[in-house]
Design a protein around this ligand. Structure first.
Ligand code: G3I
Length: 377
């Protein structure tokens, strides 16, 4: 309202310099909070011709990699988006609908319908399904947050058995535990830590018993930088310990949420992938997106930088045999968590245009960066 008033009239002329200054400041705050969260179409601005373009999944298959995206079931109502996803991606992750809060909102009362829809869509379109995520401190059902250890332990068992059992044989990979390590390399003080420091081992063993064929991943963000990075090193030690103890952990999920203000070099990422692979683990890039808001330059320049970063990330995966797939955290800018009022500010000033297809579902330079890297160019 204040902004409308400022736009229409000339308060500075009538209210005096001090009030005008105050109104100006309020307007600036409102603007900073609101502008820059949504991500309108950009492909044309970036000079991309609206022509036919190659399906990413075909090129990925030639490189023996999976290329994936994350969706919510409501996205499936959009017919154009369904076709785009089916054409380009051969791996699918449930963005929110397999999380604890969504699947077991009340104790022992399960809600599988949304997850079922995604699993069915994946099957219909020859896509591999990734399950996300069984044990996470966020989006955990309220009822589970304050349980004492002797109640949380059976609750965790029931939850894992129910979800992994429900989709046994249909979910190829599970993110069993998500984001259990903090930036300073400690086990996070999550409700699950009440079960003791080896709660991760328990979770992996339960998931393995429920579906011995599913490949089980530890998934985390901010672990891409590799040796010398506190969090990356802590996750490396955690995985090494679990492997040594015979815990059925099969892979590491590196999320790849790129914040250009703090991002490692391509060389660092490659070496990091190599060291986790050397533990005998599969590597997946599970949640890639690249926020451009804080990059310097014009929008076309930012989108070219985004293309180059995407290319480097995909090339790092192709460099190591055990890196089996790359998943983008969403299909188009229109549906990205980083284009919402709530989350955009995490990456500084937006808009962030974080994905490979714009809000009109046209390919952006980032799409061509991914395609080129998959093709080994
Ligand atoms: O479901 C409610 C809906 O009922 C309500 O009307 C609406 C109003 O805001 O909110 C809906 O919940 C939102 C939910 O996404 C589903 O859309 C939450 O507010 C929103 O906070 C939530 O954000 C998700 C976020 O995880 C929560 O932690 C993002 O979509 C999702 O992309 C994001 O994904 C995480 C990965 O799971 C783990 N790694 C980091 C990644 C990004 O944060």
């Amino acid at each position: 309202m204040i902004r409308d008033h400022l736009r229409k009239g000339s308060p500075r002329a009538t209210v005096g310099p001090r009030l005008a200054l105050l109104l100006g400041a309020v307007s600036a705050v409102l603007t900073a909070g609101c502008v820059g969260t949504s991500c309108p179409p950009v492909a044309a601005k970036a000079g991309v011709r609206q022509a036919r373009f190659a399906p990413l999944r075909q090129t990925a298959a030639t490189a023996k990699r999976r290329i994936g995206t994350a969706l919510m079931s409501r996205h499936l109502e959009n017919a154009r988006l369904r076709s785009l996803v089916a054409a380009h991606f051969d791996s699918l992750t449930a963005e929110n609908e397999m999380k604890w809060g969504a699947t077991e909102p009340q104790p022992a009362s399960f809600s599988f319908a949304a997850g079922d829809e995604l699993v069915a869509f994946a099957a219909q379109n020859g896509m591999r399904m990734r399950g996300h995520t069984l044990v996470w401190h966020q989006q955990l059902a309220d009822w589970a947050k304050d349980l004492p250890a002797d109640e949380l332990r059976p609750a965790m068992r029931r939850h894992i058995e129910a979800l992994v059992g429900r989709w046994r044989g249909r979910i190829a990979q599970w993110d069993v535990v998500n984001e259990a390590i903090t930036e300073d390399g400690k086990l996070r003080d999550s409700p699950f830590l009440r079960l003791g420091e080896t709660y991760l081992d328990e979770a992996f063993r339960l998931a393995h018993a429920a579906d011995p064929e599913a490949r089980l991943f530890y998934n985390d963000c901010g672990i891409e930088a590799g040796e010398g990075n506190t969090k990356s090193d802590a996750v490396y030690r955690l995985c090494a310990r679990m492997r040594q103890a015979g815990v059925p952990i099969h892979g590491i999920g590196m999320q790849m949420h790129v914040d250009p203000r703090h991002w490692p070099t391509a060389e660092q990422i490659r070496k990091n992938v190599e060291r986790f692979a050397a533990l005998g683990l599969l590597v997946e890039f599970t949640e890639m997106d690249i926020a451009v808001g804080e990059m310097p330059g014009s929008l076309p320049e930012k989108l070219q930088r985004q293309r180059a970063i995407a290319h480097d990330i995909v090339a790092a995966c192709l460099h190591v045999d055990k890196c089996t797939g790359i998943t983008l955290w969403g299909a188009s800018d229109a549906d990205s968590w980083l284009c919402t009022e709530r989350w955009a500010r995490l990456r500084g000033r937006g808009p962030h245009y974080p994905l490979a297809f714009d809000a009109d579902l046209d390919p952006k330079p980032m799409y061509f960066g991914i395609l080129d890297a998959l093709a080994g160019r």
